[in-house]
Design a protein around this ligand. Structure first.
Ligand SMILES: CC(C)(COP(=O)(O)OP(=O)(O)OC[C@H]1O[C@@H](n2cnc3c(N)ncnc32)[C@H](O)[C@@H]1OP(=O)(O)O)[C@@H](O)C(=O)NCCC(=O)NCCS
Length: 286
């Protein structure tokens, strides 16, 4: 610990960080469209070194203005999570403040990480809860008169704008994230009317499992059946293609989406992950 020092991580550190992640089991990784090391080269990525030995890393790149998710925190077993986090987080807070400040957030899946965040003053006001739909013989691919078609890459700018209008800033996606999401999706559709795209859903699949990763309807059209139509059409398509399960995550305080999912037969699985945040203020030079 004597010679430990924190420095920004860059592309040249790929190999060392990749070994650290591979060999260490104590890591927090964000549910993400990129692997943690694909963030190398962005700001707000630091590593802890003892001589030439890399012992911990923290990445919280600010993908959309004002929001920086903790994409990676990993530390070697020679260090306690608290000590490694404290050194990295002190540097992070200082550099983020100098860069103008931001909200740093994390969806917590492990008690040890929750403990570390709470010790650093992070707060939690909501959780992410999981729901699951399982095959039911009823599965019409009805769209209730809503025009729904496959999403294409040309739709991404409109979808990003719609996303920005529908979600709280914490959950906004950038163009690049949406592009990656679409390329990794199994079924992605948009609903449109004469004004353009008014809603979309994006679903991923792995083996027999499918996951509704994103659903949004423009605020001007919410409450008129577009979300239900997108979901009914999706479920019908999944059943038609032999899939039997669809999972989804939503915020514990998102009553509109919880009601919609439950009305369509989704059931809460009991899994819940708290969302923590810490507002790093801009550094004042006075
Ligand atoms: C959640 C969301 C997709 C619902 O889409 P929508 O088109 O507004 O919903 P619909 O009009 O199809 O409503 C379907 C059902 O959902 C429920 N619902 C929709 N809006 C609701 C609200 N504000 N409060 C409570 N229930 C609501 C109702 O049960 C409704 O059925 P009903 O009209 O027969 O009562 C939309 O509100 C939205 O985009 N929200 C912001 C983004 C978001 O939270 N996405 C989901 C996160 S995973």
């Amino acid at each position: 610990m004597i010679n430990a020092q924190v420095r920004p991580a860059g592309l040249k550190d790929h190999q060392q960080l990749s070994s650290l992640i591979f060999f260490e089991t104590r890591s927090h990784r964000h549910l993400d469209w990129r692997s943690p090391l694909e963030w190398l080269g962005d700001d707000f990525f630091w590593m802890l070194e003892e001589g030439s030995h890399t012992t911990a890393a923290l990445a919280c790149p600010e993908e959309t203005k004002g929001i920086a998710w903790v994409r990676l925190f990993v530390h070697s077993s020679e260090w306690s999570a608290e000590n490694a986090w404290t050194l990295l987080w002190n540097m992070a807070k200082q550099e983020i403040a100098q860069a103008g400040g931001t909200r740093v957030a994390a969806i917590v899946q492990h008690a040890w990480f929750q403990n570390v965040l709470e010790l650093s003053g992070f707060e939690s006001r909501q959780s992410i809860v999981m729901l699951e739909w399982q095959y039911q013989p009823w599965a019409p691919r009805e769209t209730d008169g809503v025009r729904i078609r496959k999403m294409t890459e040309a739709d991404i700018p409109s979808v990003v704008t719609l996303d920005g209008a529908s979600f709280d800033p914490l959950w906004h996606n950038s163009y690049e994230t949406m592009r990656r999401a679409l390329s990794q999706s199994l079924f992605a559709t948009v609903a449109e009317d004469e004004r353009g795209i008014i809603g979309y859903q994006l679903t991923t699949g792995s083996g027999a499992r499918t996951h509704l990763a994103r659903l949004a309807v423009h605020p001007a059209t919410q409450g008129s059946g577009v979300g239900r139509a997108l979901l009914r059409q999706l479920i019908g398509t999944l059943v038609h293609n032999g899939y039997q399960k669809l999972s989804v995550n939503t915020q514990s305080d998102n009553s509109a989406s919880l009601r919609l999912y439950q009305k369509l037969g989704f059931i809460r699985t009991g899994e819940a992950y708290p969302v923590y945040f810490f507002d790093v203020p801009a550094y004042s030079y006075r």
